[in-house]
Structures are given as structure tokens and as C-alpha cells.
Ligand binder design. Structure first.
Ligand code: NAP
Length: 339
């Protein structure tokens, strides 16, 4: 396992981050369709995660309505994992109770939400706090200041962003910079070989701002594994019940065909080729993997041994080109003579 430093922080995280969205689902809701691992299975999974060298763990307050945080915190206690050997990230935004102030990024909810997460995790601090998405009601000024203050309180060490448009990230980072507040260190965004939207604006911005990229759903929720073909789908797979994240299926089938060929060359699975592709992309710091079983975890960890060649990458580009977008194509055209 290799370790990458996040931006210029000096904080080293494994090139794979383990996502805990499969922990805790109980009712037949969306979370249960993603995963239903309970304490015993969670402890087995977390032991394998730590033994593999992964030191970066991702959760969120909303995953199974708090149960993911609870199960994760308890497993680290049960396994006696020293707190200073793991980097724990959680998130806030989503509605945790049907009350007016139990969601969003207001100062009120930032402070309450972090306290509630720490209680569930049985921890005194989290290493990274993400805003999970956009809150249209709270001003950027209030959000950035609240995040600065929560870092100053010692309950959070670093702050990061999920799912914001690029302009908002750049504006928030500028507010933090000019106010002398704590700045964001990374971006958690959906990125897979079939969904390359972040390459338009977010990747160039991240590289320019020295923001680490942490891709989520690198297999597009299990689609890029060979379980879904034009002939049919594996009905046990979560994606067969919960069709998320949205993808261009025709493009994905073509991509799976190409990855199938590459998997034979590399003596690997289609999922491992898909993960290797994400790991090798510009700006990517740590890929957030998901696993329902120990076998999936093992396979995903082993994907770090695969190095796709320039020729392999070209073959993937051919079936998953980034669609042209304005002003991108005009920028490309007008600046070509300056290169
Ligand atoms: N910030 C955000 O908004 C956001 C959103 C979503 C996720 N996330 C984070 O990203 C993490 C990963 O997301 P994800 O679970 O959607 O990732 P993913 O890698 O796209 O999908 C994981 C799913 O694919 C299947 N799978 C995994 N490894 C496999 C393998 N080797 N072979 C065959 N099938 C395999 C499993 O489902 P089946 O066995 O059922 O097919 C597994 O649950 C989450 O845990 C969470 O921490 C963040």
C-alpha cells in the first residue's frame, strides 16, 4: 500500500480509503440495499482493512442514519486500533431528524452535528470533516467561518468538500484565504471511468488549488464489475435494486467490454481494472472503495498492484471520451498557440 500526502498538509493517507456505506442498513430502505453489515461482520471487515495497510476510513452522519458511525467507532474499540494510526473522515448536511435545524450547514448544525458524530464514533475528534453537499440557505461566509471555528475547537483537524460546483469551492477557498481561516484540503466527488464529468472543471481547479481528489463510487455502485451486461444483471448486486449513481448504460457496456479484454491481459478482474484506472488519474489522492464482503475488499486492495499502460488507458479513453463542453472546447482552441 502506498501513502500519499494530502495537498501540502503532510498528512499521509493510503492510496485506498475504505468507505463504510455498507455498514448498518436494517430496514428495507436505501441503506439496507447498499449494505447490511452488523457489528460482527463490521469487525471482520475493519480488521481486514487495517491489516491491508489502509489507514483512511470514510463515513458520514447520514449513512444508515448514524449506524455506520456507531459500528465503525465500536469496531475500532473492539479491535484496539490506536486512534493515532487511522485517519477518520465524516460528513454533515443531510437531515438527521425531522426538525428545522437538524440539517444543512448553518453554524448551529455544524456544531451540533459534529458533537453527535463524535458521540456515535466514541471519539474526541475527527481528522477530516466534509460538507456533504450544497446548502442553499446558508451563506458561504457563515459556512467557512463555522468550519474554521470547529477546527479551532479541536473537534476537527481538517476540512474538505463533497459535491459542490467548482465555482463554489474556489469562492469558499478564497474567503478562507483572505480571512486567514482554515482552508479546505480535499474534494470528495463521484468519479469512475464511465462518469468523468469532474474532468471538465473540478480536476483542473483541484490541481491548481492543491486540493486532493478522493473519488467516490469508483465502480459506479458495482456496475463496472462485469455483473451488468447487455444480456442481463446480477440480481444480488445492489445496483440491480438501487440504480445509483446515474450512468450512460450503453457507454458503460462498451467500457466493460474493453475492461474485460484488459482484465485478461493483466490477469485481473474487471473491477480491479476499473479501480486501477481511477487510481491512475490526474489529481487522485485516495480512491474510496466500497465492499460488501471480505472477498471484494481483498480484490479491491489487490487492484493497487495493477499498473495500466499508456496503451490500456488509450483503449479506455476511446470508449469513454469526455464529451465536449463549452467553454472547454473554446478554451482549448484559443489557447493552443500558447502551449
Ligand atoms: N460523498 C458522497 O456523496 C458519497 C456518495 C456515495 C459514496 N460515497 C463514499 O464512497 C464509498 C464507496 O462508494 P460505493 O460503495 O458506491 O463504491 P463502488 O466501488 O462504486 O461500489 C461498491 C459496490 O460494488 C460492489 N463491489 C465492490 N467491490 C467489488 C468487487 N471487487 N467485485 C465485484 N463487486 C464489487 C459491491 O456491491 P454489490 O456486491 O452489491 O454489487 C459494493 O458495495 C462509500 O462507502 C462512501 O464512503 C460518498
Amino acid at each position: 500500500m502506498n501513502y500519499n500526502s494530502i495537498g501540502n498538509t503532510g498528512l499521509l493517507v493510503s492510496e485506498l480509503c475504505f468507505g463504510t456505506m455498507t455498514f448498518g442498513g436494517q430496514q428495507e430502505d436505501m441503506w439496507a440495499q447498499i449494505g447490511k453489515l452488523q457489528q460482527k461482520e463490521v469487525n471482520e471487515m475493519m480488521k481486514a482493512v487495517i491489516d491491508s495497510g489502509i489507514n483512511f476510513i470514510d463515513t458520514a452522519n447520514i449513512y444508515s442514519f448514524g449506524q455506520s458511525e456507531e459500528l465503525l467507532g465500536q469496531s475500532l474499540k473492539d479491535l484496539q486500533v490506536p486512534r493515532d494510526e487511522v485517519v477518520i473522515a465524516t460528513k454533515l448536511l443531510a437531515k438527521m431528524k425531522d426538525k428545522p435545524n437538524s440539517s444543512g450547514l448553518s453554524r448551529y448544525n455544524v456544531f451540533n452535528s459534529v458533537d453527535a458524530s463524535l458521540k456515535r464514533l466514541q471519539m474526541d475528534y475527527v481528522d477530516i470533516l466534509y460538507v456533504h453537499g450544497v446548502d442553499p440557505l446558508t451563506s458561504l461566509e457563515e459556512i467557512v467561518r463555522s468550519l474554521n471555528d470547529i477546527v479551532e475547537s479541536g473537534k476537527v483537524r481538517y476540512i474538505a468538500i463533497c459535491n459542490w460546483p467548482a465555482w463554489m469551492v474556489a469562492k469558499a477557498q478564497a474567503i478562507a484565504h483572505y480571512r486567514g481561516w482554515h482552508k479546505f484540503i480535499g474534494l470528495q466527488y463521484y468519479y469512475s471511468a464511465v462518469s468523468r464529468d469532474i474532468e471538465h472543471e473540478l480536476v483542473p481547479m483541484a490541481v491548481d488549488h492543491d486540493l486532493a481528489i478522493f473519488p467516490w463510487s469508483p465502480l459506479s455502485g458495482g456496475f463496472l464489475t462485469g455483473k451488468f451486461t447487455r444480456e442481463g444483471a446480477d440480481s444480488d448486486s445492489r445496483r440491480a435494486k438501487f440504480d445509483f449513481p446515474p450512468i450512460d448504460k450503453e457507454k458503460a457496456y462498451d467500457l466493460v467490454d474493453v475492461m474485460d479484454d484488459l482484465s485478461k491481459i493483466h490477469n485481473a478482474s474487471i473491477a480491479q481494472i476499473a479501480l486501477a484506472w481511477v487510481r491512475q488519474q490526474k489529481g487522485v489522492n485516495s480512491t474510496i472503495i466500497g465492499a460488501k464482503t471480505l472477498e471484494q475488499l481483498k480484490a479491491n486492495v489487490e487492484s493497487t498492484q495493477i499498473l495500466l499502460t499508456e496503451d490500456d488507458l488509450r483503449k479506455i479513453d476511446k470508449v469513454s471520451p469526455l464529451p465536449m463542453q463549452y467553454p472547454g472546447w473554446m478554451v482549448e482552441r484559443q489557447s493552443s498557440y500558447r502551449k
